[in-house]
Design a protein around this ligand. Structure first.
Ligand SMILES: [Zn+2]
Length: 69
C-alpha cells in the first residue's frame, strides 16, 4: 500500500526507499553529516543508489574543504 510520492533529486526517478540528504553549502555536496542551520540548504530526496553516489562525492569534497581550514 505504500506509494512513492517523491522523485530522486539526482536521476528524477520515483523513490521507493527514501534517503534524505542535506545540501551543505560549505562543500556544496549532499551529506548525512549534521549540518549547522547556517550552512544548510535544506534536505533533498534520493534513492539509495544515488544517495551512495552523492555521499561518495561528499566524502571527497568534504576532505578538500577540511584541508583548507
Ligand atoms: Zn536517483
Amino acid at each position: 500500500m505504500s506509494e512513492a510520492n517523491g522523485t530522486c533529486e539526482r536521476c528524477g526517478k520515483k523513490v521507493k526507499q527514501e534517503v534524505w540528504l542535506v545540501l551543505d553549502q560549505r562543500s556544496w555536496t549532499y551529506t548525512d553529516r549534521d549540518v549547522p542551520d547556517e550552512f544548510s540548504q535544506g534536505a533533498f530526496l534520493f534513492g539509495p543508489d544515488c544517495a551512495q553516489f552523492e555521499l561518495a562525492e561528499d566524502r571527497r569534497e568534504w576532505a578538500k574543504w577540511e584541508a583548507k581550514q
